[in-house]
Design a protein around this ligand. Sequence first.
Ligand code: 13P
Ligand code: SF4
Length: 356
Amino acid sequence: APEELDARIESAKAALGRRLVILGHHYQRDEVIKFADARGDSLRLARFAAEQDEAAYVVFCGVHFMAESADVLTAPHQQVILPDLNAGCSMADMADAEDVETAWEELAEVIDTEALVPITYINSSAAVKAFVGRHDGVVCTSSNARAVLTWALGEPGGAAGRGEKVLFVPDQHLGRNTALAMGYRPDEIALYDPRRPLGGLDERTVKEARVLVWKGHCSVHQRFTPAHVAAFREAHPEGIVVVHPECAHEVVAVADLVGSTDFIIKTVAEAPAGAVLGVGTEIHLVHRLATEHPEKTVVSLDPLVCPCSTMFRIDPPHLAWVLDGLVAGEVRNRITVDDETARWARVALERMLTIS
Ligand code: 13P
Ligand code: SF4
């Protein structure tokens, strides 16, 4: 029964005290996020994990790459736990570290990779982050993508960045949306398809592009279309459209506001009473915002949108099971990154935390 699971989780939390910290991403279901000691977007949770010196156990209610980043950013004596090991991220899976390595080698035959800066979205494996760290690159999140891209490339017509070109992995949409918002032209952005030699690009395109975006996407956010936005505006002419930058550019182009999950939450919170907001992000967050702001109308842009199925895997039974284990002195579902990978992934993550 739900009450029994809640009681088990509460009593484990009480028994473990400050030795335990539970982190929850905004896409977690309500029955789970209510137990989180801190909730946040990817950037906030990465920072929070890095500050947890006291907790011996960090239980991450989120997906695998987030738990890996937490393991990289915490001290060796701290253990990071993912309640369900099957909670992966299909976008992160679209960038295999070996494929990134191969892409780099192919690009090196056409351009000087000294001037190429690899950037990986935090939604990637620790191995991809380590590759990026080894090649003087950096991690970004949806909150700081612009600051990170500015560090790497500079703004068009502004001060120079660390390099002349960027390879942005694995989300083409975040890469493209950020570069366009900075003022880069569509013809300066090229889509790199890792399944094809040299990304399916000709040498001239590679030489002329400023931003090479990896052909990966989020299957949840890619479902939103301009037609959804048009239908919302038809129904709510005064409504405000706010979307996540993992949405395709054609959706971002017709939205009023674009930003990370923390930004979306702030936008809804600061909207005046009576406001109508059409939101393009994962459904659990949209429903929670609607419940928390009864004086406003908060709806998903896509009435049929599905949840992030992997975020949804973290449920009270799994959370109770790992916590019961900790109370009994048994660490279940620990996420560890090997030392060598962690060393370089840390370089790329800490560079991000310094830039933003
Ligand atoms: P943020 O919480 O950083 O906006 O990321 C969204 C997301 O898709 C996490 O997987
Ligand atoms: Fe990955 Fe998209 Fe789910 Fe985030 S919402 S964990 S990017 S699949």
